[in-house]
Design a protein around this ligand. Structure first.
Ligand code: ADP
Ligand code: MG
Length: 701
């Protein structure tokens, strides 16, 4: 049997010849720990060193690649040697090129007259031809095959690491390890692309100008296949293994709820509810994403879904990303559910979990005033005198169960261990983009397999939908409730603020309310930041007197936030100065004004969320974005806000301009990092990976 030398791609780099501890540490700084990492170290660009530009042909302000011999060099200093320029002159036989480095006199050490140097950079002047701070590489007569006469990779580097050294290392590693690069999934065939091993070779040392892009496609496809495999397998396992209690309900609570609601559901809401009911009726847990633009009316849909679970004798939980939003939900759901004899409990960070069946009148001392007022809103449970946890036997007693069915509303507190409700039939996650995939999973693990409804106002461009939410079914509310006023958006310079204030005062006099979003502080509660908001607060109080201004930020305690919100809802406060804590979910119909300062600092998707706080009543609303848009790009970005209120268009634009980070939300730790794939641009490859994986999993049955 022929002996096979197996080269291990997981071998740490220090096992390679020529890589000592120091080099290994430098590589580690680039995220390269193993041979495999080294093979996937992606060049940041390539230089076509088969053809150099003639220095005589260099064009002003164009980036070009030239090669010549150094014929002169030296450092000039002035201002008592505090300023300097190092310069060498390169000659390629056609003309001379000056290469300069400002205030880096030590560059002199690296070059000598007579060296052959490749330089790359933008020509800043033509007489004499000059490039400032070019990228350079000294060429050795023996360099032939690796560094010269080819399309040469230029790698991201770190301090102390040289381009030539790294390139030679990768060259040698490729020679030795290329045969160890296996097809990750041999059963998934992609015949029109090179093998993974070939792709890696082409990535580093392309033979043709297209090779690098073809290689990237192959490697990106591999990443997307990995992603789809994990998404689709999870989904499949859920469908084949997980069983749950059917929770479609029997309408006996929904009917009176809808009758008292004060409005009728839109067609879109009804359609989505039908989709949800169908899922919840089945034996497998629902996994559904409900997407609806800001103000589309997702909460009512969630309420109906919750009622289906409660009608079925199960409990339900709603998780919201902020305390303010959890409070708002708690307020609404109590108003809706208490008349139906249902319990609604609030669980936020400032109030630790009350166990199921806890007697609300027996609150221990030391709780805040609000808690003492009865955050635990549990109507007297006529059928159970002893409010102890229900046992499994009691599942057979619907009438008694129903009276004890509870909706828990909370923030992250719901994923803490102490919160462990019985018979959790449905979990709703509001504003899903504010949570990570892991958090979603944690809450779901509370019940055996509860049904899951996640809601988001972030419109999801298809590429992201396929990756981030690939394991969820998607329902869309694509219709706003009738009778809403329009939202007009204006972009203004800071110098127009006084006029904007006049305009706002006018609206306040007509009885409207508004938000002022202060962006200069990240909402981290840092003291410097707080000072700035408080200062702004004083200024605005003067500007808008006699109208009342309230202040809301993440540094306030739960009860303080609640007091400010209550005053704003009651129109005792007309203007709410706030950090971005108001970004999600708030619903105050009389607020029709929104002023966003430093709007250029926000992503478009975030501005759209903020703007979603207004336009919720019958009156027209006005959103004024104050921005010092310095660049044309910044200006055109904000113009999109002026042109459209279509969240989908805004999200696509945001994805294009800023990449997926903003849309993915803060903590989407579920997905592995992509080295080659690009969520914003690779829709074609994502879809292809999805198809390949679907086919593959189907064939496995
Ligand atoms: P979002 O989808 O942004 O969470 P909300 O659920 O907060 O929106 O709904 C916004 C407002 O619209 C709420 O005050 C809600 O009561 C109201 N609303 C929801 N559905 C309808 C409807 N079908 N007709 C009229 N008003 C509605
Ligand atoms: Mg909402």
């Amino acid at each position: 049997m022929a002996e096979r030398i197996s080269e291990d791609l997981n071998a740490p780099t220090h096992q390679l010849r020529g890589v000592g501890p120091e080099r290994a540490a430098q590589l580690a700084r680039l995220g390269i720990h193993s041979v495999g990492d080294l093979l996937l170290h992606r060049p940041s660009r390539y230089e076509d060193r088969r053809h150099f530009a003639r220095i005589a042909d260099l064009q002003l302000r164009e980036a070009s690649l030239a090669c010549g011999k150094i014929v002169a060099s030296g450092v000039k200093t002035w201002k008592e040697k505090t300023r300097s320029v190092y310069e060498f002159i390169l000659d390629d036989g056609s003309a001379r090129l000056h290469c300069r480095w400002w205030n880096l006199p030590y560059m002199e050490k690296y070059f000598s007259v007579g060296d052959t140097v490749v330089v790359y950079g933008k020509t800043v002047s033509i007489r004499p031809r000059t490039i400032d701070h070019p990228e350079t590489e000294i060429i050795d007569a023996l360099d032939g095959s690796i560094h010269l006469n080819r399309i040469t990779p230029i790698y991201p580097l770190t301090d102390g690491l040289q381009q030539r050294w790294l390139r030679a290392l990768i060259w040698n590693v490729l020679l030795r390890f290329e045969s160890a690069v296996a097809e990750p999934h041999p059963e998934i065939r992609v015949n029109d692309l090179p093998t993974r091993a070939n792709a890696i070779q082409m990535l580093h040392f392309p033979k043709d100008s297209n090779d690098a892009e073809i290689a990237r496609h192959r490697l990106a496809l591999d990443e997307f296949i990995e992603m789809q495999l994990s998404i689709q397998t999870r989904r499949k396992n859920l469908e084949s293994r997980a069983r749950t209690s059917p929770c479609a309900g029997d309408n006996h609570l929904i009917r009176p709820f809808l009758a008292e609601l004060g409005f009728t559901l839109t067609g879109a809401q009804t359609r989505v509810l039908r989709e949800i009911r169908k899922d919840m009726a089945g034996p497998h847990p629902m996994r559904r994403l409900l997407q609806g633009d800001v103000g589309a009316g997702k909460t009512v849909v969630a309420a109906c879904a919750v009622l289906m679970a409660l009608e079925s004798g199960m409990n339900a939980a709603i998780m919201a990303p902020t305390e303010i939003l959890a409070e708002q939900h708690w307020r609404n759901f109590r108003r809706w559910f208490e008349p139906l004899g249902l319990g609604v409990e609030l669980q936020t960070g400032s109030q630790k979990t009350a166990s199921f069946g806890k007697d609300s009148s027996g609150d221990p001392p030391g709780q805040s005033r609000l808690e003492a007022q009865g955050r635990t809103a549990r109507p007297a449970c006529s059928n159970c005198d002893n409010p102890s946890p229900l046992t499994i036997n009691e599942v057979a007693l619907p009438s008694r169960l129903e009276a004890c069915s509870t909706l828990y509303i909370g923030t992250h507190a719901l994923i803490e261990e102490a919160f462990a409700p019985e018979r959790l039939g449905l979990v709703v996650i509001d504003e899903q983009h504010k949570f990570g995939v892991t958090q979603r999973e944690e809450l779901v693990r509370k019940g055996a397999y509860p049904h899951l409804l996640v809601m988001t106002a972030t419109p999801i461009p298809r590429t992201l939908g396929l990756t981030l939410y690939g394991d969820l079914d998607i329902s869309v509310i694509d219709q706003a409730p009738a009778g809403r006023g329009r939202i007009k958006t204006f972009v203004r310079q800071p110098t127009s603020l006084p006029k904007v204030w006049d305009f706002m005062r006018d609206k306040l006099r007509q009885g409207r309310q508004g938000y002022i979003v202060y962006s200069r502080v990240e909402d981290t509660g840092s003291t410097a930041g707080l000072k700035a908001v408080v200062h702004e607060f004083d200024r605005l109080r003067e500007v808008f007197a006699p109208f009342k201004v309230g202040l809301l930020h993440g540094g306030l305690k739960g009860a303080e936030k609640e007091a400010v919100m209550a005053a704003f809802r009651a129109n005792q406060v007309q203007l709410l100065l706030s950090t971005t804590v108001i970004e999600v979910g708030l619903d105050v119909a009389n607020a029709t004004l929104m002023l966003v300062e430093n709007a250029e600092q926000f992503g478009l998707a975030q501005l759209h969320q903020l703007r979603g706080r207004i336009g919720r009543g019958a009156e027209d609303s006005f959103c004024i974005l104050i921005a010092e848009a310095k660049t044309a790009e910044a200006k055109s970005r904000l113009k999109i806000m002026q042109e459209t209120t279509d969240g989908f268009r805004i999200a696509e634009e945001d994805l294009r301009l800023r990449g997926p980070g903003e849309l993915l939300g803060r903590q989407q730790s579920g997905a592995p990092p992509l080295r080659f794939g690009d969520l914003a641009q690779d829709r074609e490859w994502i879809e292809r990976a999805r198809g390949l994986v679907q086919e593959h999993l189907r064939s496995k049955i």
